[in-house]
Design a protein around this ligand. Structure first.
Ligand code: FPP
Length: 240
């Protein structure tokens, strides 16, 4: 990797192409998800090595609940198993683990395991790994707006203050309130859309699309993406 490059603080990935990776090999789609976990592991290592502080992964969208029941349960089991397998590695490597999304749709056992992993890793600060599970951007904005409306109704004396709030205050109602907006959003497998991901938080993210399928996206691909980011000119709508 080149030296003296600008490292993004937060890299976020829309992991796509597991099914196609498996189909190309005549395997069941779930084999692609299993192989995808190896890419998750490789990207965590690469993030730590390059000095990225936040790595977030779009693991399961609200729309993914509409997949066949067997695929949904395979994915949930894989997620639960991976958490269990990786907990000691996360503890040993200073990784803080966070799950964000519509948690009440997940089953109680998985939620309990997530809570345990989050609790046990909460003081780590080398890398924060955020897994978006049962998440969608529109869901997040809507739940924030509803909580904002409840606060307004409960506190008429704060009406003026609340109604004059700017985006930075509204940020505080989103489930991502404790993590910075992504500097770089990567999507694998050649698809070029946001698929209801971080719609608010990604307003000024750099986007990088690659044809590489997620199970083939390993350390070298991660490093190449960070290098490509460091050459981008971020202007945030201003003139330089
Ligand atoms: C998209 O590929 C991938 C997913 C919907 C699941 C991604 C989840 C994992 C790799 C497991 C992650 C595990 C942890 C612990 C975070 P696709 O099935 O949509 O592929 P296709 O477009 O080729 O059909």
């Amino acid at each position: 990797m080149e030296e003296n490059i600008r490292i993004p603080s937060h890299v976020s990935i829309i992991m796509d192409g597991n099914g196609r990776w498996a189909q190309k090999r005549g395997l069941h789609r779930s084999a692609g998800h299993v192989e995808g976990v190896e890419s998750v592991r490789a990207c965590i290592e690469a993030a730590v090595e390059t000095g990225v502080k936040y790595l977030s992964l779009y693991a399961f969208s609200e729309e993914n609940w509409n997949r066949p029941e067997s695929e949904v349960s395979d994915l949930m089991n894989l997620m639960a198993k991976s958490m269990l397998n990786e907990l000691s590695a996360m503890l040993g490597n200073g990784i803080r683990f966070i799950v964000l999304g519509h948690r009440s749709r997940l089953d109680a056992e998985l939620n309990a395991r997530i809570d345990e992993c989050m609790e046990r890793t909460k003081d780590n600060d080398r890398l924060t790994l955020v897994v978006f599970l049962s998440y969608s951007g529109k869901w997040d904005i809507l739940q924030a707006a509803k909580r904002f409306a409840v606060e307004l109704a409960d506190h008429p004396e704060r009406r003026e203050e609340l109604l004059s709030c700017g985006p930075e205050i509204f940020d505080g109602y989103l489930v991502t309130k404790d993590i910075p907006d992504p500097d770089l959003i990567i999507r694998t497998s050649g698809e070029m859309r946001m698929s209801n991901y971080l719609l608010w938080q990604g307003a000024y993210s750099e986007l990088l699309f690659t044809d590489v399928l997620w199970p083939d996206f390993r350390k070298d691909e991660f490093r190449k993406a960070v290098e490509a980011y460091s050459k981008r000119d971020r202007r945030y709508g201003k003139v330089k």
